[in-house]
Ligand binder design. Sequence first.
Ligand code: CO
Length: 146
Amino acid sequence: MNKPVLALLGLFLSSVAAAECEINVDVGDSLQFSPDTIEVEASCETVTVNLNHTGQLPAAAMGHNWVLSTDADFEAIAMAGMSAGLAGNYLPADDDRIIAATPIIGGGESTSVSFSIAGLDADESYTFFCSFPGHWSVMKGSFKIV
Ligand code: CO
């Protein structure tokens, strides 16, 4: 099959498979998430985020991950992650402020993370972001419990 057909098939399958507690997030060779706002229902015991990098560039040049924290914590986490390097997914190790995180991936790769939202609060503001240096200040979105 050619690429457009595969892309359409992928869209179809992902829309069919999208349960309310499973979110598909696309990234490419630019600094943005699609979607950039995620809402999950409080009744979800576990949320799964599937991150799909549709770009061409390798992780060292255009790496992306999906990291969740409170709004208040996200900048400090990103700053602390710079020294971890690509091998450390640009995240501080064993940091309790990180609610969930995928590894960093490059173009053509996919990854996912599943996590409990039992401790999260509908009144709190959460941010998801890419911790790659130079990305996190613009490559971020809003995560809400509804
Ligand atoms: Co990135």
